[in-house]
Design a protein. Structure first.
Length: 155
């Protein structure tokens, strides 16, 4: 049997993550999210990760990173496409070396895509409390920026 303190903790968790119904307009947005995540995964599987750790996006005809081109130092996003592609191809060492935030981006995209797919199939999905979502995004962006600054300074 749950103690009162444990029950209160579970109630706080239940308030932070809720299962909510969705209307037709929301399902259209969720369909676009599922298509976007499928596109990211498809492109990641299509591209061959560049062993140098960056530049994979150039296979799509995109120009090289301007910051890297002029300074020979990586920006916070350098290697993100390579990292995601490497993780999807099972090369976790290259994925981590290219940009450690690639796995975070990939896992968040998969989680959001699965939630959106759940909404499309069952007309219900998970919704995070805005405060939890905002703080999570703030901490993720701060970690990404600190990583980018350190990477730029010492790489």
């Amino acid at each position: 049997m749950l103690s009162r303190e444990r029950a209160r903790r579970w109630w706080r968790v239940a308030e932070a993550v809720q299962c909510v119904p969705s209307d037709r307009a929301a399902r259209v947005g969720h369909a676009l999210v599922v298509l976007s995540v499928a596109l990211v995964i498809g492109l990641g599987l299509y591209l061959q990760p560049n062993p140098s750790g960056h530049g994979t996006h150039q296979q799509l005809g995109l120009p090289p990173c301007s910051l890297y081109f002029f300074t020979q130092r990586p920006c916070p996003s350098c290697g993100l496409t390579t990292s995601i592609s490497a993780w999807l191809h099972g090369d976790w060492r290259l994925g981590w070396r290219a940009n450690p935030f690639g796995i975070a981006v990939l896992l968040i995209a998969l989680g959001v895509g699965l939630n959106s797919l759940t909404v499309l199939l069952f007309k219900r999905g998970l919704r995070l409390h805005p405060l939890l979502l905002n703080w999570g995004l703030i901490l993720l962006i701060l970690a990404w920026l600190i990583h980018g600054i350190l990477r730029f300074a010492f790489w």
